[in-house]
Design a protein around this ligand. Structure first.
Ligand code: C2E
Ligand code: MG
Ligand code: MG
Ligand code: MG
Length: 293
């Protein structure tokens, strides 16, 4: 078939391939420079407890402001960073910035809550570097390890569960807690999940998005919350964008939420402001279940 279409198709195919490869390469080169040139920063998104309405934690999200590309989404550059090995440097940058910032907020007398940094599966695979980076950064910043947490996606956790469990255990010994991120997308078995010494499950945003209209999504979230309770884990819903999402999650017994409804990810200064005001979520009384039908 390729022959029938002639060499033009083949040429186009090659050209497209090499364009893509060139794009990846230039992104890689730019990213390498970005780390050294201070183009990366951390934004923080608060997590709210649905019992008290208080901020009880925050997730750190990397941001890249490139002088020639503008803001680049982590969805676009994290995969490139993983392939090229630059992810280790990015993670160490994030650990460093987040630990330093957390310590600084404590020094300013602001409300003290843990910060969670995302890690990639690759870093768990070769965990020695991650473990020694955590150790070094905690010692340099003099931050108590309980204020630092890590997030690992369910799919990376399950890819080599035995190894991941061992790493989570080592982190736990250092006082660093772990959450499983994007939960519901990675095919965990309950028997494997219960061996993970984690604290939290984070329900993937894709299930929360249509929770009020799609009975399948509602059933999945209901099951995840029940499972988390059975395993004595906290459960956080990601991507909570409106009051309807919030109310639905509360009736299902979800513990915590994170999403645009309470706050977008914020630059450090705005997050510090939120902490200094001890901003809370105004939780209206719930409509009882029997009235919603
Ligand atoms: P994630 O860890 O699941 O982070 C949550 C993502 O959902 C963030 O996207 C956040 O901005 C977004 N989000 C939060 N609330 C809402 C909401 O209500 N609605 C919608 N539509 N989105 C919401 P972001 O910052 O673009 O990050 C995307 C992904 O990139 C992250 O997903 C994480 O997997 C990865 N990532 C981000 N920062 C890092 C990092 O420092 N290291 C690593 N390894 N991965 C990172
Ligand atoms: Mg995350
Ligand atoms: Mg997530
Ligand atoms: Mg995600």
């Amino acid at each position: 078939r390729a022959k029938a279409q002639g060499p033009a198709t083949l040429q186009m195919f090659n050209k497209e391939m090499s364009t893509r490869a060139a794009k990846t390469l230039s992104l890689q080169n730019r990213l390498r420079r970005a780390i050294d040139h201070g183009e990366l920063s951390a934004h923080y998104q608060p997590q709210v407890d649905l019992g008290s309405g208080e901020i009880i934690g925050m997730e750190a999200l990397v941001r890249w402001n490139s002088p020639d590309l503008g803001m680049v989404s982590p969805a676009d550059f994290i995969p490139v960073a993983e392939e090229s090995g630059l992810i280790d440097g990015i993670c160490e940058f994030m650990l460093d910035v987040c630990a330093t910032q957390n310590k600084e907020w404590q020094k300013q007398g602001l409300m003290t809550i843990p910060v969670a940094v995302n890690v990639s599966g690759r870093q768990f695979q070769y965990a020695r570097r991650l473990l020694s980076a955590c150790e070094r950064i905690l010692s340099v910043t003099d931050l108590d390890s309980h204020w630092l947490e890590l997030e690992l996606t369910e799919s990376s956790a399950m890819r080599d569960a035995d190894n991941a469990i061992a790493v989570v255990n080592q982190l736990k010994e250092m006082g660093i807690g772990c959450s499983i991120d994007d939960f519901g997308t990675g095919y965990s078995s309950l028997s494997v999940l219960k061996r993970f010494p984690i604290q939290k499950l984070k329900i993937d945003r894709s299930f929360v998005m249509d929770i009020t209209t799609d009975p399948n999504d509602a059933a999945i979230v209901d099951a995840i919350v029940a499972m988390a309770k059975a395993l004595k884990l906290k459960v956080v819903a990601e991507g909570v964008e409106n009051q309807e999402h919030l109310d639905f999650l509360r009736t299902l017994g979800c513990d915590q939420i994170q999403g645009y409804f309470f706050s977008r990810p914020l630059p450090a200064e705005a997050m510090g402001q939120m902490l200094s005001e001890r901003r809370r979520m105004d939780l209206k009384p719930l409509t009882p279940n029997w009235m919603m039908a």
